[in-house]
Design a protein around this ligand. Structure first.
Ligand code: UDP
Length: 475
């Protein structure tokens, strides 16, 4: 176990949002920023998570916190660096909270003791850093066990849970019971949706806040089609011949360029005229990459000329997700045994995570190149990738599960299908490829929905209100 990593955050100005938000909403955001600056003068707001890269939590913090800093509030982000054994246990908790057995391991007294002991030691690293009056956001199960220590030190602690299922069964309830005493030590819990809040917690101490994206980040900023094509060439997914340059604007505003090749499994590059269906996700069984391969293999004919691209972080890059490497190999093995006419339409890409701005730009280009973006998750608290693709005006087909079913209004801002019904997914894919006008209408409505509901800047005012209310109750 090492000292946590303290992430250097850039500062972004809120002024850029004026054209996106409209005058009244923008003024409200600026006023909230002013209030927050005064209220938190001399105090810090901390975020503690367990990974710097790959996955929704890292993504959200990266896209939200620079604006808080830009508003003049001292905001910091620490990432835990624990042993693989600890992350194996927390991955089990993660899976179990989704009602999935994961590695099938136990969550008994020995596991609880190990979990608590790791975080007790971890808390020591923060002793001289977190002060009375600071606010600490702890993200997901990996960090919940820190709450009691920071509370004892006089900080306000909020546990932010990004995962879970609407329908907890024995497995999810077991994981909730495991974590509950640690979670209850926090002043407040925030869930991504109302139905994800745990029944065992005091409802007065639970709030709901939807995740959000930053429209100006390398992952979501506008890229013109020539640049999109050049990025796909640069990583090795498309053949040479693009006229543009693989350039983008980095999070700190400086110019960037996609240079690294991805780890790619494919028979040949994605043909220029092919209709591309893409899913961007961590290599996790709950994202059902195998199900997508199966759907293409058994439900879509070679004549449809539909290619499938599954892209995710290079399997070794996400430290708190030890299963990634297995799933990447599994999907590769599944693809390898398919007949050539099917296999050649399936592309797998492990995207380098060394430079996160570059990685974001590649995800951006993939989502923009895709004619259809799918998210075939079997469970999903909230799917950031869905919002990212909606922002890019893509027609998205998502599973009718968890958060996705709220993010997409079926038939209006995307399509929803049963994740266990590959035929329904194939039908939806074919319907959209055959009706580009409808696909474009769904994409336009999707963009508008994100602008109204899922931009991070809208959350800043909500967070400010929440902290004000919390401190008023405590006073
Ligand atoms: N992601 C990324 N690089 C990759 C693959 C995924 O940055 O190579 C990001 C993706 O764009 C999204 C996040 O990881 O922002 C995944 O969040 P989501 O809520 O969809 O799923 P989670 O990983 O939290 O289960």
């Amino acid at each position: 176990m090492a000292r946590p990593k303290f992430v250097l955050l850039p500062s972004h100005q809120l002024e850029a949002f004026a054209p996106l938000l409209g005058e009244a909403e923008h003024a409200r955001v600026l006023a909230a920023a002013r209030d927050a600056r005064e209220r938190f003068e001399g105090r810090a707001i901390w975020h503690v998570s367990s990974t710097l890269r790959g996955g929704g939590v890292a993504e959200m913090l990266r896209s939200l916190l620079p604006y808080v800093r830009g508003a003049g509030v001292d905001t910091r982000w620490a990432v835990l660096r624990e042993d693989p054994e600890f992350f194996r246990l927390t991955k089990r908790l993660h899976n179990n909270l989704h009602e999935d057995p994961g590695d099938g391991g136990a969550l008994g007294a020995a596991e609880l003791a190990a979990y608590r002991e790791t975080l007790r030691r971890s808390a020591r690293h923060f002793e001289r850093l977190i002060h009375r009056g600071d606010v600490v956001f702890l993200h997901d199960p990996q960090t919940a066990g820190l709450a009691r220590y920071f509370i004892a030190g006089g900080a306000t602690v909020i546990w932010r849970c990004h995962i879970g299922t609407d329908d907890p069964g024995d497995t999810a309830l077991r994981a909730q019971r495991f974590l509950q005493p640690d979670v209850e030590a926090a002043d407040l819990c925030i869930f991504s949706r109302r139905s994800l809040a745990w029944a065992g917690l005091d409802p007065d101490r639970c709030r709901v806040m939807a995740p959000s994206i930053d429209p100006f980040s390398p992952k979501n900023q506008d890229l013109d089609p020539a640049c999109v094509a050049a990025i796909l060439v640069a990583v090795g997914l498309a053949a040479d011949g693009a006229e543009g340059a693989p350039g983008f604007s980095r999070a700190d505003g400086s110019p960037g360029r996609v240079e690294r090749r991805a780890e790619i499994i494919q028979d040949g590059p994605i043909p220029v005229g092919a209709r591309l269906v893409a899913q961007v996700s961590r290599w996790d069984r709950l994202k059902d990459p195998d199900g997508l391969v199966e759907c293409l293999a058994s439900e879509l004919a070679p004549a449809d000329n539909i290619h499938l691209l599954l892209a995710g972080p290079q399997a070794t890059a996400v430290t708190d997700d030890p299963e990634g490497g297995f799933v990447w190999s599994e999907v590769g093995a599944h693809r390898a045994v398919l007949p050539a006419p099917i296999r050649r339409r399936i592309h797998l890409a492990g995207l380098p995570m060394v430079d996160l701005d570059e990685n974001g730009a590649v995800v951006n280009a993939i989502q923009r190149r895709a004619d259809i973006v799918v998210q075939k998750s079997l469970a999903e608290g909230f799917g950031l990738t869905v919002v990212e693709a909606m922002w890019k005006r893509r027609p998205v087909i998502g599973s009718r599960v968890g958060g996705i079913a709220e993010q997409i209004v079926d038939g209006e801002s995307g399509l929803l299908v049963d994740p266990r019904d590959p035929r329904a997914l194939a039908r939806a894919i074919l319907a959209l490829t055959r009706d580009p006008r409808r696909a474009a209408e769904l994409g336009a409505a999707a963009h508008d929905r994100v602008r109204r509901r899922y931009l991070g800047v809208l959350r800043l005012a909500e967070y400010a209100d929440l902290l004000t209310a919390l401190e008023a109750t405590a006073a």
